[in-house]
Structures are given as structure tokens and as C-alpha cells.
Design a protein around this ligand. Structure first.
Ligand SMILES: N[C@@H](CCC(=O)N[C@@H](CS)C(=O)NCC(=O)O)C(=O)O
Length: 299
């Protein structure tokens, strides 16, 4: 199935030939004896897409990518909406089966490809893992969208014509997300949503610091989907020049460094970094920091 024939990308680099990569290819080949290739509809800088790319890398799975330009409304096209009615990335296709919602996709990947498990065996740790991933879907991801759009991404929209922006907004299927996005584009960091979104991250990081005082990874002693799923959100804070929120928490900072040392970081995030986005987030993040700092009460 190929919704956007022109948009097929090559997926993760196959250039290097480390022992890790050879093991990964062997594993992928073994798991896909039927010849089927996983397909991922994604975007280079989307947090949710990064989340799934990191999980696929942790599993050593090969995949074929279809890269969508979100600002141009690729995810709002009728063909794509048949796969993902919310008009968002990512979407995974496994042997013709369409799986949406990044948290669900990552659990699906762990179920369908049980080698190198990403969920703790212990029931308590597994419950903790789900409490972390649940929070992402119940506010933290939305807060990321608010912060990212209010600070930086609004400028990508504002560079387009008012008619294009109106069309983009009108095509957002979810009314709440449509309104959040409209306010972010029109008002930037003066959006009424901005302060609560920043504070949501402050609470999240405080909770993480407490959890990481007790164990090495978020849910316990083993690396799990909790760590996978939050990896892109930590790097987003850094890109938006909000790294001071992490720096004041030594355990979160050290955990963030451990995430970056894993080969899945380079494969799922590092090699996809888009310089145009990075430049915009850096410039606009520096402009927004004084306001963010005031909201956070940092001196
Ligand atoms: N709950 C969804 C959220 C997905 C989502 O919000 N994706 C964003 C990128 S991170 C998107 O595709 N936005 C569409 C747009 O910007 O037009 C999931 O976890 O998969």
C-alpha cells in the first residue's frame, strides 16, 4: 500500500556495518521471512514519529518510510485520512494491517516482535511504564504541540498565505486541536494555552526527577517503552531552548544523556534532524525564553 508514491524514503541508514547493525539485520530478516516490509508514514521532526522510529530501532527492525510534509497538509489528504482519520503521523502498516496512535503502535511492535522486549516483565514496573505513557496521551503531547507551535512552528504557518493557513486549520479534524493550533498561530507565546503547557512540563520533569532517584530508567531498572516514548520530548525541550528546565534536575539530565548514547537515538532521531527546523527553534526559542522563565518562576 502506497498512499503517496512520490514520498517513499529510504528509512534508516544502512551504510554502517557495525556488529550491532549486522545483528539487527539478521533479526529483521528472521522476523520477516514472509518478505513483508513494515511501512511507516512519518515526518522527520514529529515527536510521535520519532517515538516509533526509536522503538523500531530498538527492535532492530527494517522499515520503509513515507515522509509527509505536515505544513503542506499531506496528513490532511483524503487518501491519508483513510489510514489515519485524525490526520496525524505516524501510521504503521504491518502486512496490510494499519496501526495508528504512537503509544499503541509501540505496544503493537513489542507484541508483534517479542525479541528484545520493551515492556518490563514485572507487573509493578509494567504498570508504572503505562502510567508514564498514558500521561503523554493525556496532556503532555498536547502541551508539546502548544509550546512548539507558540514558540516556533507558527512562523512556518505565517510564511504561507492567510488562505492556506485557514484551509489548514479548517481541515484539522479534532475541534480542540484545531482551536489550540489557531491560537498558537495567531497569538504565539501570548496564547492563553502557553503558560499551562510550560507548567505541565515543569511538573512532568519534577515527577521524572523523583522517579529516577529510585531507579535507572523511568519505570524501573530496565529500559522500557516509557523511556522510548519520552525520548523525543526531552530533545524537543532542548531544541526549543528550554534545556534549563532539564539542567536543574541532575537525574533527568543524566537519564537524557543515557538515552542519547543508545544507538536507537541516532537511528530514530539524530539522522532525521532537519536543520531548517533546528534553526527556527533555536532562534525563536531564545526569543521566548524570558517569557517562559517568568512563567516558571526561575530567577
Ligand atoms: N495521539 C497521536 C498524536 C499524533 C500527532 O499529534 N502527530 C502530529 C505530529 S507529532 C501530527 O501529525 N500533526 C499534524 C500536523 O501538524 O498537521 C499519536 O500519538 O500518534
Amino acid at each position: 500500500m502506497n498512499v503517496f508514491p512520490g514520498g517513499v524514503d529510504s528509512g534508516p541508514s544502512r551504510g554502517s556495518d557495525s556488529g550491532d547493525d549486522r545483528a539487527a539485520r539478521w533479526l529483521a530478516a528472521r522476523q520477516r521471512e514472509d518478505g513483508e516490509v513494515l511501512e511507516l508514514y512519518h515526518n522527520d521532526m514529529s515527536t510521535c514519529a520519532k517515538k516509533v522510529r526509536v522503538a523500531l530501532a530498538e527492535k532492530g527492525l527494517e522499515w520503509q518510510g513515507h515522509h509527509l510534509n505536515l505544513r503542506a497538509g499531506d496528513a490532511q489528504k483524503a487518501e491519508y485520512l483513510k489510514l489515519n482519520p485524525g490526520g496525524v503521523v505516524p501510521t504503521l502498516i504491518d502486512d496490510g494491517v494499519v496501526v495508528i496512535e504512537s503509544t499503541v503502535i509501540n505496544e503493537y511492535i513489542d507484541d508483534a516482535f517479542p525479541d528484545r522486549p520493551l515492556r518490563p516483565k514485572d507487573a509493578v514496573e509494567r504498570a508504572r511504564m503505562r502510567l508514564w505513557t498514558k500521561q503523554l496521551d493525556e496532556g503532555v503531547h498536547a502541551a508539546t504541540g502548544v509550546i512548539s507551535s507558540c514558540i516556533a512552528f507558527r512562523h512556518q504557518h505565517l510564511a504561507r498565505t492567510p488562505e492556506q493557513v485557514a484551509e489548514y486549520l479548517a481541515k484539522i479534524p479534532n475541534a480542540e486541536r484545531r482551536e489550540r493550533t489557531r491560537q498558537a498561530i495567531e497569538l504565539g507565546v501570548d496564547s492563553p494555552q502557553f503558560p499551562d503547557a510550560i507548567k505541565r512540563f515543569e511538573k512532568l520533569l519534577a515527577d521524572m526527577e523523583a522517579a529516577l532517584a529510585d531507579h535507572k530508567w523511568l519505570a524501573g531498572d530496565s529500559y522500557s517503552l516509557a523511556d522510548v516514548n519520552y525520548t523525543p520530548y526531552m530533545i524537543r525541550l532542548e531544541h526549543l531552548q528550554l534545556g534549563a528546565m532539564i539542567d536543574k534536575r541532575p537525574k533527568v539530565k543524566a537519564w537524557g544523556e543515557r538515552l542519547k548514547e543508545r544507538p536507537s537515538w541516532a537511528k530514530g532521531i539524530g539522522q532525521w534532524l532537519n536543520q531548517a527546523y533546528l534553526g527556527l527553534m533555536e532562534e525563536k526559542g531564545m526569543e521566548a525564553w524570558p517569557k517562559a522563565k517568568r512563567i516558571l518562576g526561575y530567577v
